[in-house]
Design a protein around this ligand. Structure first.
Ligand SMILES: [Zn+2]
Length: 485
């Protein structure tokens, strides 16, 4: 793919990111210490919004009924280029950055243990860099920057698509942390339905009158057994996992109300839908056996993520221009210490970027950007801010996230995202080319949302946990504000 790599607007963006390395790092670290769970990213989104607003973006806060979502728009007319990412943390993963052993900042508190804090800083920095460059060089077109809450619960972007926010978008970029500097195309991740099953029965004293009860916990257990039996008949690539979110209160009170929260996945949206339908039949059977009733609440439902080849080629050309960060001996030593602790190969940090070799291998995990990727051409910038082979959603996944490793990966990530977006402003034929390959890639598939049409965002999700921990986390916040110049 030939791109306008030497266009002065792109040089401008590179200079902007270099000049604002400190701002990107401060923003990334600020969000790391906020450590806010999905749907409760109030400090995080407010900071991102104010930084974009200061730079002249028009802000729509709380889009699609998500209090911590936003759309920041700059410019007018075509092409319409979108960027989006997530910024939520995970439960129980508070971890001091730069420490190669388990060391909580606040015991039991949520924390970033994958790196969505860096995703957010890359997005904001790249958006400002892009806006400045296209403004200065007089290009037309619209830049739409989406803040997407609660990715860990696969929540927000299917709502944005459903509510029409991507109707006018020509191409869309997603940025995400990794240990490699790369992009990819083809089917990358799986479809998923996230649903809570609520069972209702009748309470009674468990020792005195158990025959008077209708045990709602029995229904949860029976549903578990039903899904376990059904596993033998799963299609390849189907997975199902659950947590019991309400199993009752104390043993001598037979629970009248219980809830179990399931994720159902498959490489195709149709497969995820079929598994969910079977799970509803199993739940119905379980409720019947326990003399209970049940209801289902779909919390999230996403299509598998796909990447567009034309866009990936544009991103790759820019990644190759930028190159991998130069890691110091100390950074490599820290990576190796963490790898030793995690009992994985002690290879340190990646010395080289990853070539674009062919279609991606589809993995079992999901991301709520999936629906966007079937609506419009989408590609992802993976930037090298974390450590090879360590596990995300584990304390080791958080140990580098406010270190120079995270910062340096973020700087190159922001450059790649801004330069690639600018390519599409400089040469509007690229958007047409991306849409042409997108049509070939999609083929006969008809995008039909998995998300129920009347579904509302679960705005109370994680509220209590975050309200409990936020005052304990506040003393660790960074006082300095990111300043873009
Ligand atoms: Zn993620």
């Amino acid at each position: 793919m030939k791109t306008a790599t030497d266009h002065p607007a792109k040089a401008e963006a590179l200079e902007f990111v270099d000049r604002n390395r400190g701002a990107l790092s401060t923003l990334s670290d600020s969000i790391f210490y906020f450590g806010e769970l999905g749907m409760q990213e109030h400090r995080t989104s407010a900071l991102m919004e104010s930084l974009l607003e200061e730079q002249g973006f028009k802000l729509e806060r709380g889009i699609s009924g998500f209090p911590t979502a936003f759309l920041a728009t700059w410019g007018r007319g075509e092409p319409v280029i979108a960027m989006h990412t997530e910024y939520d943390a995970n439960p129980s993963n508070s971890q001091k950055s730069g420490v190669a052993e388990k060391a909580e900042i606040v015991p039991g508190a949520p924390g970033h243990c994958e790196g969505h804090n860096v995703n957010a800083a890359v997005l904001v920095t790249a958006a400002i860099a892009t806006k400045r460059a296209i403004e200065k060089h007089g290009f037309g077109g619209t830049l739409k920057v989406f803040g997407a809450p609660a990715e860990e619960q696969l929540l927000s972007r299917p709502y944005f698509v459903r509510d029409g926010y991507f109707d006018d978008v020509d191409v869309s970029f997603h940025d995400h942390i990794y240990d490699e500097f790369k992009t990819d195309y083809g089917l990358m991740q799986s479809a998923m339905v996230s649903a809570a099953f609520h069972f209702a029965g009748e309470s009674a004293h468990a020792a005195m009158w158990p025959w008077k009860a209708r045990d709602a916990l029995d229904a949860v257990v029976l549903m578990d057994m039903g899904v376990a039996q059904y596993r033998e008949h799963f299609q390849p690539g189907m997975t199902a996992h659950r947590v019991i979110t309400n199993g009752g209160e104390q043993p001598n009170v037979i629970p009248a109300k219980t809830s179990v929260w399931w994720y159902f996945r498959h490489p195709t949206s149709e497969g995820a839908r079929q598994l969910f339908d079977q799970a509803k039949r199993i739940a119905e059977g379980a409720a019947m056996m326990a003399n209970c009733t049940f209801s289902v609440d779909v919390l999230a439902a996403v299509w598998p993520v796909r990447g567009n080849r034309t866009m990936a080629e544009v991103i790759q050309a820019n990644i190759e221009t930028i190159g991998m960060p130069a890691w110091t001996e100390d950074e490599n030593a820290f990576a190796k210490a963490l790898q030793a602790k995690a009992d994985v190969p002690e290879i340190g940090l990646r010395p080289a970027l990853t070539p674009l070799t062919g279609p991606s291998i589809q993995i079992a995990a999901s991301n709520d950007s999936g629906d966007v990727s079937w609506k419009v051409p989408m590609a992802r910038v993976w930037f090298p801010s974390n450590i090879p082979h360590i596990a995300y959603h584990h304390w080791t996944g958080g140990a580098a996230l406010a270190s120079t490793i995270a910062h340096k990966g973020g700087w190159v990530g922001a450059k790649a995202l801004a330069m690639s977006a600018i390519d599409f402003f400089v040469d509007p034929s690229l958007a047409k080319a991306a849409n042409a390959t997108f049509k070939e890639e999609i083929g006969d598939a008809k995008y039909r949302p998995l998300l129920p049409a009347d579904q509302q965002p679960p705005i109370a999700l994680n509220r209590e946990t975050m309200e409990y921990y936020r005052p304990l986390m506040e003393p660790h916040y960074i006082q300095e504000l990111p300043q873009y110049s």
